[in-house]
Design a protein around this ligand. Structure first.
Ligand code: GAL
Length: 449
């Protein structure tokens, strides 16, 4: 085979899948008792999302899950990673659950199982119930109680059928983009509140893990992180230091507290004040022994010192300026980055197992009749997967790969323009076409092991 490896090189137990999240695909935002989430509220405000788009309909997965799961099964995947919409299950965030919402996920899970696909559930992929945001959301320490109730309910409800659980999706993204920079829902800005959301997310991450363990003792429990391999722009000490800071921010901030190492304060001095939010037992409660961690990787970052970028005094040099290959998100295509990240994360003794829970790219795909030409994505997948194998061969315990994403979907503040799917979606007609990248994945995963 031209790319130099075969499926069997990854071993029999390697898990191959695709990833999605509730708000990005489900639509049906006000159907069957679903309550609003921060993303409904945010996306309905003018000027927040490109072209003022929103996830009201998205891929209409809520009504099309059966045919979408059968399309997914045709790709020969082992597993489907999706998230639960908290406000579909608890319209008010807490209190009375919504039976129709509960039933929906039973159906999704059952359809997966009947199609030979393992359901992997992310408990929180950013769509906080609006009612909870109105009480302060992630800034309010009560989030630990609200989240615990929600996790307790979901794991008791689905735990007999679902054995793979991920507590949070990319906490840096929903705290940083949502509460520090204001680019994501709920659109708040400010360092003080940002710090409290980081601390509460770290506590929920571990507490969520403990609840899954208690309710589903035979579960594999993980949580996911957005990670980028960081290198300095030059070898000058100031840039080296900048790289160290960005690395701490992107790759260590949420992992190390879970491992019992605390926050990386020596590299992130702006975090010092996070201690104001500590309660007596927090140090201990931040720790949880995850069975696996999920790495999600999209780009590499090149760091340089900057007097204009407080409080880190470090910035990422845009890929566009560096004249490297980029996606339509302007993210660098740099396959060895995923290899370096795998090596880096596996160097922690306490990281037992790693899954790539997201990796993918948005490109300008060309639709020609019934064919979607996306050769750059084919190449992207082939090279990134090749780098995963390289790490695995060197002893990294990486046991699975999930492509982002099954379908083109609602890409947060960027709306529907960036297309990450293995399957093309026409958002006017909801017609699906498997892209050439999906066909490549199907063919690759169809190989016998
Ligand atoms: C991740 C996120 C996904 C998806 C992807 C592509 O950060 O978990 O929801 O949007 O990025 O941007």
């Amino acid at each position: 085979m031209e790319m130099g490896y075969e499926k069997k090189d990854f071993g029999e137990n390697f898990v191959w899948g695709t990833s999605t999240s509730a708000y990005q695909i489900e639509g049906a935002h006000n159907i069957d008792g679903r309550g609003p989430s921060v993303w409904d509220h945010f996306s309905h405000q003018k000027g927040k999302i490109k072209n003022n788009e929103n996830g009201d309909k998205a891929c209409d997965f809520y009504h099309r899950y059966e045919s979408d799961i059968s399309l997914m099964a045709s790709l020969n995947v082992d597993a489907f990673r999706f998230s639960l919409s908290w406000s579909r299950i608890f319209p008010e965030g807490i209190g009375k659950p919504n039976q129709k919402g509960i039933d929906f996920y039973h159906q999704v899970i059952d359809t997966c199982l009947a199609s030979g696909i393992q359901p992997w559930i992310t408990l929180y992929h950013w769509d906080l119930p609006l009612a909870l945001e109105e009480r302060g959301g992630w800034i309010n320490r009560d989030i630990i109680y609200w989240f615990s109730e929600y996790v307790n309910f979901c794991t008791k409800t689905y735990g007999d059928k679902v054995k793979h659980w991920m507590v949070l999706n990319e906490p840096l993204a929903f705290t940083g983009m949502g509460y520090l920079r204001g680019l994501h829902a709920p659109g708040k800005k400010g360092i003080r509140q940002g710090l409290s959301t980081i601390h509460h997310a770290v506590l929920c991450q571990a507490e969520g893990g403990r609840i899954v363990r208690r309710n589903v003792p035979d579960a594999q429990i993980g949580t996911t992180f957005s990670c980028s391999y960081v290198e300095p722009y030059t070898r000058y000490p100031r840039d080296e230091q900048a790289a160290q800071k960005l690395d701490a921010l992107y790759n260590r901030l949420f992992l190390e507290p879970a491992l019992g190492q605390g926050y990386p304060l020596e590299d992130l001095s702006f975090l010092q004040k996070i201690e104001n939010y500590f309660h007596p037992e927090d140090e201990k409660n931040m720790v949880f022994d995850f069975d696996f961690i999920g790495l999600q990787n999209y780009t590499r970052e090149i760091a340089s010192h900057s007097w204009l970028a407080p409080p880190l005094w470090a910035k990422a040099v845009p890929a566009e300026k560096r004249k490297v290959p980029i996606t339509t998100m302007k993210w660098e295509v740099y396959p060895p980055g995923i290899y370096h990240l795998l090596k880096k994360f596996s160097a922690y003794d306490k990281v037992k197992k790693i899954y790539i829970t997201e990796n993918g790219a948005s490109f300008e795909d060309k639709v020609e009749g019934e064919e979607v030409l996306d050769e750059r994505r084919v190449k992207f997948l082939q090279s990134y997967i090749g780098q995963v194998l390289r790490a695995k061969k060197e002893g990294v315990k990486v046991e699975g790969y999930f492509a982002w994403s099954l379908l083109d979907n609602f890409e947060w503040e960027n709306g529907y323009r960036p297309r990450f799917g293995l399957i093309h979606v026409d958002f006017t007609t909801q017609k699906r076409i498997i892209k050439n990248s999906g066909l490549w994945y199907q063919n690759f995963l169809g190989q016998s092991v």
